[in-house]
Design a protein around this ligand. Structure first.
Ligand code: HEC
Ligand code: HEC
Length: 201
């Protein structure tokens, strides 16, 4: 009986809070109106310097918003945008973008083979891990692990991020996961990868 009481107290008090931790799609859509000018109404941005958020994993989006807020990821525009967002706002907005469909771009045929080989196999001799191990064979990442989707992203944005990890300018990747991978890759290889994932699905 005592155990039953404890269980019902748990269900009554803790469960609603667990549910609250999930984002609310409709609320997220309304809150994302602020972001639409740059990221597009459905998360498919027009300008390549603004990343697409459509189809991005919610846990990754929430982490980035917190990182901009704490300064772990440095960007003047985004720091201003997240300053007033609460944890619940971040959850709601992330759930909304995650529910949208990303538009794919076409990979450059000239660098397709290089991009595909690097993405799927890495470079064994240089201990460069295959991107697909974490970002998945379809480029959708791994939502529970917080690995971002790369599929359909503007190649210009992806290339900027890869170079920022390589130079150490972006260092919010846990355990240096990305910095270790791109450290030994050339500009040409990073360009091929950025182009390849823009059409990957
Ligand atoms: C004035 C344009 C602008 C507005 C408005 C804006 N953003 Fe951004 N956002 C950017 C730019 C530029 C970047 C890339 C910054 C960088 O290099 O770190 C970015 C990056 C992001 C990222 C990281 C994406 C990734 O793939 O890592 C997220 C998440 C994000 N924005 C969410 C939002 C949300 C949510 C809002 C609204 C509350 C918003 N942004 C409003 C321009 C904008
Ligand atoms: C060991 C796992 C792992 C491997 C292997 C890996 N990544 Fe990542 N990648 C991550 C994680 C984790 C993040 C998110 C870091 C953060 O929290 O900001 C990330 C972020 C990224 C981003 C930034 C996405 C954005 O929207 O800003 C790009 C681009 C990227 N990875 C491309 C690649 C490419 C290309 C390769 C192969 C050369 C690769 N990754 C290999 C784990 C990995």
């Amino acid at each position: 009986m005592k155990n039953l009481c404890i269980i019902s107290v748990f269900l009554a008090c803790v469960m609603p809070q667990l549910l609250m931790a999930q984002g609310d799609l409709a609320a997220g859509q309304a809150k994302a109106a602020l972001c639409a000018a740059c990221h597009g109404v459905d998360g498919n941005s027009q300008l390549s310097e603004n990343p697409k958020l459509a189809g991005q994993n919610a846990s990754y989006i929430v982490k980035q918003l917190n990182d901009y807020k704490s300064g772990a990821r440095v960007n003047v525009i985004m720091a201003g945008m997240v300053a007033a967002l609460s944890d619940q706002d971040m959850q709601d907005i992330a759930a909304w973008y995650a529910s949208q469909q990303v538009t794919l771009q076409g990979a450059d045929p000239e660098t397709l083979e290089m991009g595909e080989t690097l993405y799927r196999a890495g470079i064994k001799e240089l201990s460069v891990a295959a991107c697909s191990a974490c970002h998945s064979p379809t480029g959708n990442g791994n939502a529970p692990a917080g690995f971002p989707s790369l599929s359909g992203q503007h190649p210009e944005y992806t290339l900027l991020q890869l170079k920022a990890f390589r130079s150490g300018e972006r260092q919010n990747d846990q355990s240096s996961m990305m910095r270790t991978v791109v450290e030994r890759l050339t500009d040409q290889e990073l360009e091929a990868l950025a182009s390849y994932v823009s059409g990957l699905n």
